[in-house]
Design a protein around this ligand. Structure first.
Ligand code: ASP
Length: 359
């Protein structure tokens, strides 16, 4: 009996460190079993942040948004479940939103000040840390596909304007006439801003004080970019983002979306992030990379890192918008300082959850 007891004690003593090392303390402080047989898939999307107050959408409109967000998040998740890579899952989800007129990306892109559409997109592979970005597109139906082609099939990271379109043709991607991107809703928004800008100009001439912030406070300017972050069965993270930019932007203006580290970032060791919001601020603050750096250097949980950058740094700087993020254990971070953000994710039970408002 004594022998048996000492054998048991010895075995426990020897096995304890082995059992402990099979568990890794996650950065959120919870112990999670790391099992290669049971990898955790992660998938989160956004469809833009902005003034989306409860009651500001009609019930029909809200239903439409919820339906398309669910369709998109499920498309990405199904791709992951069928064994596809995080990059493929992101692409599948973003294409659905780019093809919908409801988001400010692809078909539903906003207009520049001179009535054109200039689209930007990017994608990043957390495994290789390779990335592809495109800016100032006029005829590429799905900018996210061109970003992917730049990453996979060119030696470059970023291509813009006519050159990028030429590359799209070479890659045999679908091109559309510029009028494909024309939608009444976005055109009306532009007209409202033009009218408002004229009034502001007049006020300025009359010596009144006009703040630049006013322009961005208009509901027409409230974003709508789309993005996705994913963690696949092999533990690879990826992020992708696509946008028409901001209404009334000047010719040639490029926002944060195609700037790696600002609107999009992925690194298997730490996290994947896709952003939406007032791009100039996201570029200046390197928002996506900053979040991953907090995870890397400060060992911060993904939600805390996202909150620190959005609710403290971005907020203090005067910018607004939000991010979706995933760490390499599949923990989700979602943060925004705007009133709402169209978003959807797959929960622990593998079910889609769609959210819009901030409360
Ligand atoms: N971040 C985008 C840009 O500044 C706009 C958006 O998120 O809707 O181009």
């Amino acid at each position: 009996m004594k022998k048996l007891l000492s054998f048991f004690l010895l075995a426990t003593f020897l096995l304890f460190p082995i059992l402990l090392s099979a568990q890794q303390k996650s950065k959120t402080g919870m112990l999670k079993l790391q099992s290669p047989q049971n990898p955790r898939l992660g998938f989160v999307i956004h469809g833009g942040a902005g003034v989306i107050k409860r009651g500001s959408l009609s019930p029909e409109r809200e239903k439409e948004y919820r339906a398309i967000l669910e369709k998109s998040v499920l498309a990405g998740y199904k791709a992951l479940q069928s064994g596809k890579s995080s990059l493929d899952a992101i692409q599948a989800a973003i294409i659905i939103m780019e093809d919908s007129p409801m988001f400010n990306a692809g078909k539903g892109s906003v207009f520049t000040a001179d009535g054109k559409n200039e689209l930007d997109a990017s994608i990043m592979d957390g495994k290789t840390m390779n990335a592809g970005a495109v800016a100032g597109l006029h005829t590429v139906k799905n900018p996210i596909l061109l970003a992917r082609a730049v990453m996979d099939k060119s030696p470059h990271v970023m291509m813009i304007g006519d050159g990028a379109e030429k590359f799209a043709k070479e890659m045999k991607l679908e091109l559309v006439p510029e009028k494909y991107f024309w939608t009444q809703r976005r055109w009306d928004s532009l007209q409202r801003i033009i009218k408002r800008e004229k009034e502001r100009e007049k006020a300025k001439k009359e010596g009144k004080q006009v703040s630049i912030n006013e322009y961005f406070e208009l509901p027409e300017n409230k974003f709508g970019t789309v993005g996705a972050v994913a963690l696949d069965k092999d533990g690879n993270l990826a992020a992708g983002t696509s946008t028409g930019g901001m209404t009334y932007k000047k010719y040639g203006r490029v926002g944060d979306v195609p700037v790696i580290g600002a609107g999009t970032y992925a690194d298997n060791k730490n996290c994947a992030v896709s952003a939406t919001g007032w791009g100039e601020f996201f570029i200046r603050l390197s928002v996506s990379k900053d979040i991953c750096s907090l995870v890397e250097y400060k060992d911060m949980g993904i939600q805390d890192a996202a909150n620190m950058v959005i609710k403290q740094k971005l907020q203090k700087a005067g910018g607004d918008g939000g991010v979706i993020a995933l760490d390499n254990k599949g923990n989700i971070g979602i943060s925004f300082n705007s009133e709402g953000m169209y978003r959807a994710y797959i929960n622990d039970k593998g079910e889609p959850v769609v959210e819009i408002y901030g409360d």
